[in-house]
Design a protein around this ligand. Structure first.
Ligand code: FNR
Length: 179
């Protein structure tokens, strides 16, 4: 059976290392995993409960439906100002009331050029993912320091240990998804 994974990069940047990493991970994954990339974080309005009363905005409905269809989620995110990018937090806020993420196996990767590897972003997103009852796979989720030394400009993971760890994350994600 195919397992559907929604892949989300927290970076809006064209040359994003996290987006490259996400694509590299998709290529490393077991063949049972089928990926759908959600790349429309920028289309979501700022979270406002007033917009969510009768008909929610189409962009929000689309994000929720993509999540609902997914068996699991992969997130690769940068850290900005010791937290997660506002667009990613905003997307999570839209799910608090609607619940599409509940019990969904989720792998979170936070990659940064800094020696601290996006640890604050990682910690911060886990608080929100736990609040919306996502099933975060702790053993499969990682911070990646010095990312620019581990992935090249072509988007190939050039650090063998990183490649192995991420491949292992994807196997764990596949295992955690109900069949
Ligand atoms: C950053 N960056 C950064 N990195 C980090 O580890 N912790 C942080 O708090 C911040 N804060 C921050 C603020 C601003 C204004 C910028 C421009 C950058 C560096 C960030 O990790 C780096 O730009 C990454 O390359 C961003 O990820 P993507 O876009 O390559 O995926």
């Amino acid at each position: 059976r195919e397992i559907n994974i929604l892949a989300i990069s927290g970076s809006l940047r064209k040359q994003s290392t996290n987006t490259m990493l996400m694509h590299a991970m998709m290529a490393l994954a077991p063949t049972t995993l089928k990926f759908q990339v959600y790349d429309q974080l920028n289309d979501l309005p700022h979270f406002n409960p007033d917009l969510d009363v009768d008909d929610s905005p189409v962009s929000v409905q689309y994000f929720r439906s993509q999540l609902k269809q997914a068996d699991g989620v992969l997130i690769c995110t940068p850290e900005y100002g010791n937290g997660i990018p506002g667009v990613l937090k905003n997307a999570l806020d839209w799910i608090v009331s609607s619940g599409e993420w509940v019990n969904k196996p989720t792998v979170v990767i936070a990659a940064s050029p800094s020696p601290f590897g996006g640890i604050q972003a990682h910690t911060s997103i886990l608080l929100t993912l736990n609040m919306i009852n996502a099933l975060v796979l702790d053993d499969a989720s990682h911070t990646i320091p010095h990312i620019t030394m581990k992935i090249n400009k072509q988007g190939t993971i050039i650090d063998p240990d990183t490649k192995k760890a991420l491949q292992d994350s994807l196997f764990r994600l596949a295992e955690a998804c109900p069949n």
